[in-house]
Design a binder for this molecule. Structure first.
Ligand code: AMP
Ligand code: GLY
Length: 429
């Protein structure tokens, strides 16, 4: 089977690495891919959000399956585009329908969905230009910190958390009246702040059945101790010690099952990943967001821990036979450390020469913002590459990844040195 994987980040390199291992694969195409994926298949220069370009690639290369990495194409309806295509209607798209992708594409939709299906989440009120005054008054009655969320996709920047009431009120006005996030912030949620540690949980589903994948924790802030602005993710670990069996069972019963049942009940076609962004509030899981795709950098630790043939599981999802499969999880711990360009997530320079060291068994470098110029590897983005290692313990996995992170050379290299330290089974101060 020929497969087209859409996207260009570390997540896609991890997916490509795994898909490449499947005996069911004939040839892998990646659109547009990156320097890392070019070693695993053929990179095709296309825009994943331009479905006509994707369709041309599919037709020209006898593609039978499209695996969609990033959310934008899903929220724009790539699943429905191919399902309704007069010539390419049989191509299997791994990713939800337009309606399913609204779980990520509209926070208002996600909140209403959770309400309908009794899924635990933070109290919220939706504010538009029509009830702005109600929103400003509501903030005055709430204890800080204040949480404001743009309804639509805002490249991970649509959430504002502040302790200052005046700032919260100003931001609310900016978001709604001055469209600080474009159409995405025409609607804004004011949400209760949830106090607790975050966890990322993933399932692969065919819309009726699901497999729970290894859980992970990611580190979103640029600075150590979770300080500074948000990034695309500076590292991740899996497993997560506090996500013990009891907690995972609560998640399955209170969050996963009602979500899958809710999708089926509402006749929403959903094939692919659901990413539950959760907060552990006093040992109770609360959903802070749904994503309709794998996480990044979570994929860089979750995918290597899946022992199954991923392509076989994708096929089973598309054919709605996922109930015939069981997930096999590698018990080793995985840790990934993202190397970023100096200045990221604000201004940074590209085009710095990267020198990679020899890496030992049990480690992989997943590329993100890098590109090849002839034989020279150059930085080409804010988050450049993720170093994943697997070992008997999380501590050892972290040590292995950090040793490699130290040895990778490029001008302005930056990485957080505290990834995973807060969730080690035994705290080492
Ligand atoms: P989201 O885009 O919904 O994932 O939000 C981005 C980040 O904001 C999350 O990863 C959390 O760290 C934080 N966050 C979002 N909602 C809440 C909430 N209700 N309480 C506390 N933190 C939150
Ligand atoms: N790591 C969070 C995300 O992929 O949205």
């Amino acid at each position: 089977m020929n497969v087209l994987l859409l996207g260009s980040g570390g997540r896609e390199h991890a997916l490509a690495w795994k898909i490449k291992q499947s005996p069911l694969l004939t040839h892998l195409f990646i659109g547009p891919g990156n320097a890392g994926t070019s070693a695993l298949g053929t990179n095709i220069d296309l825009n994943p959000e331009n479905f006509e370009e994707v369709a041309t690639c599919v037709a020209n290369n006898d593609i039978e399956m499209i695996v969609v990495g990033p959310e934008a194409s899903l929220v724009k309806g790539i699943y429905d585009f191919f399902k309704n295509h007069n010539k390419l209607g049989n191509v299997k798209v791994i990713g939800p329908s337009l309606r399913g992708a609204r779980l990520e594409g509209s926070k208002d939709f996600a909140k209403e969905f959770m309400k309908r299906h009794n899924i635990p989440t933070a109290f919220h009120t939706t504010i538009t230009s029509k009830n702005l005054n109600e929103g400003l008054a509501l903030l005055e009655t709430m204890p800080p910190p204040f949480v404001l969320k743009a309804d639509g996709l805002a490249a991970g920047k649509g959430v504002i958390i502040t302790d200052n009431l005046k700032t919260a009120q100003e931001k609310l006005i900016e978001m709604i009246c001055h469209k600080a996030f474009g159409a995405a912030s025409e609607k804004v949620m004011i949400e209760k702040f949830l106090n607790g540690i975050e966890l990322s949980v993933f399932v692969l589903t065919d819309g009726k059945n699901y497999l729970i994948l290894p859980e992970a924790k990611d580190y979103k802030k640029i600075g150590e101790g979770d300080r500074g602005p948000n990034t695309g993710g500076m590292g991740a670990v899996s497993p997560v010690a506090f996500a013990n069996q009891t907690f995972m069972q609560k998640i399955e019963q209170q969050v996963i099952k009602p979500t899958i049942k809710g999708l089926a009940k509402e006749n929403i076609d959903y094939i692919g990943f659901i990413f539950f962004g959760l907060i552990n509030e006093n040992d109770n899981p609360k959903v802070i967001e749904y994503n309709c795709r794998m996480g990044d950098p979570e994929a860089e630790v979750v995918i290597p821990r899946i022992k199954n043939d991923l392509l076989e599981l994708f096929l089973a999802s598309a054919n709605q036979t996922l109930s015939n499969h069981k997930i096999e999880v590698d018990p080793h711990a995985a840790a990934t450390i993202f190397l970023a360009s100096k200045g990221y997530p604000e201004q940074y320079e590209k085009g710095k020469t990267i020198v990679l060291p020899d890496i030992g068994i049990g480690s992989i470098i997943f590329h993100a913002g890098s590109r090849l110029s002839g034989d020279t590897l150059l930085t080409n983005g804010g988050r450049v590459m993720a170093v994943t290692s697997m070992a008997d313990s999380l501590n050892e996995a972290l040590d292995k990844s950090y040793a490699i992170a130290e040895k990778i050379e490029f001008e302005g290299k930056y990485f957080r040195r505290d990834i995973g330290k807060d969730v080690l089974p035994i705290k080492i101060e």
